[in-house]
Design a protein around this ligand. Structure first.
Ligand code: CDP
Length: 317
């Protein structure tokens, strides 16, 4: 199938990863529809053909002016108005410029991480990525507390903090969650759909009003399609890549070793115990029409088998 150690650019991970895999029994129940050939193309080399942090991680201030209209990916009209306040949050340069990490954790939000005891291991990684501003307090034992890059879809506000302007308690809860980012990165896909505009404005006001020291990043319009292209060119039948797939792609360009936790889009764990969709809420595992997470999971399993990632689906020691 054309796969060789020469064209597989991640094989050098295998050795260092091998010792860690002793602690990890990845679940390999799901038969793969993909050929090993696909894996070559989801490797760093393939990703870098389409994606670079310098051009795709965030828009930057240069060339952007107040009043400029930015297109949304999923709507022809309306467009996003670059206000004076929003411009203050746009970084001067991409926040990971010239950075490279030996070990990274990408933490998804599946209920599989509960009782995993993986918190310490996650915190021992050089760079930790989390998805959608998840709660950490109260879950440290399982998910750790370090967060170097946290994503936040604008929909996180209506979904998890809808009463932020109704009660002080809810306002403080949202503020606390944002404060925990500290001076690390908050990554906000603001230009996917105009539905998120109101929430991007709310976030902007929170950050400015409370002088939160975080670094913000706003991936440019078109990133969903770009991600989809990267994965589809590799033969994966994914729909719009999920946040986790998106974060794997980003991590592959800056990390030598990627450890993935909280990726498990199934109703039951390998022992047959029911799982919640998220580790922090009671949402049932339901089919997701926006993403094809089982297909993504199957891709991560293949990457695991090749030593390109360590997919943790069992408790840590
Ligand atoms: O933004 P999105 O709906 O994609 O993500 P989320 O529900 O906040 O979860 C973060 C990521 O964890 C997802 O994008 C998936 O990649 C992964 N996940 C999973 O593998 N299994 C689940 N049950 C839930 C999330």
């Amino acid at each position: 199938n054309g796969l060789s150690t020469q064209n597989y650019d991640l094989t050098f991970w295998s050795q260092s990863v091998a010792s860690t895999t002793l602690n990890v029994i990845a679940v390999l129940f799901f038969s793969s529809k993909l050929t090993e050939h696909n894996i070559v193309f989801t490797s760093r080399q393939h990703i870098l053909k389409f994606y670079s942090l310098d051009s795709n991680m965030t828009i930057t201030q240069s060339g952007l002016r107040i009043g400029q209209r930015l297109k949304y990916e999923l709507a022809r009209k309306p467009s996003f108005n670059v206000t004076e306040d929003f411009l203050k949050l746009v970084p001067k340069e991409q926040p990971l410029k010239d950075r490279h990490f030996k070990t990274c954790a990408v933490v998804g939000n599946s209920g599989i991480v509960l009782k995993s005891n993986c918190g310490q291991e996650i915190d021992s990684m050089d760079f930790v990525i989390r998805c959608n501003l998840p709660p950490i307090e109260g879950y440290q034992k399982d998910v750790g507390s370090k967060a170097n890059l946290t994503t936040m879809n604008p929909s996180v506000i209506p979904q998890n903090f809808k009463n932020w302007n109704k009660t002080k308690k809810e306002y403080d809860r949202f503020l606390r969650r944002l404060s925990l980012i500290g001076d690390q990165i908050l990554y906000v896909p603001a230009f996917t759909s105009p539905h998120g505009e109101k929430d991007v404005r709310i976030l902007t006001q929170f950050v400015l009003k409370h002088e939160l020291p975080m670094k913000t990043a706003f991936p440019p319009t078109g990133l969903n399609n770009l991600m989809k292209k990267i994965w589809r060119d590799a033969g994966f039948k994914i729909l719009r890549p999920s946040t986790g797939a998106h974060m794997y792609t980003l991590a592959a360009t800056v990390c030598d070793q990627i450890h993935m936790y909280g990726f498990y889009p199934f109703k039951k764990d390998p022992q047959g115990t029911a799982l919640h969709y998220h580790y922090y809420d009671n949402r049932k595992m339901i089919g997701n029409r926006t993403h094809n997470m089982p297909e993504e999971f199957s891709a991560f399993q293949q990457l695991h088998r090749r030593g390109a990632v360590v997919l943790h689906t069992e408790p840590c020691q």
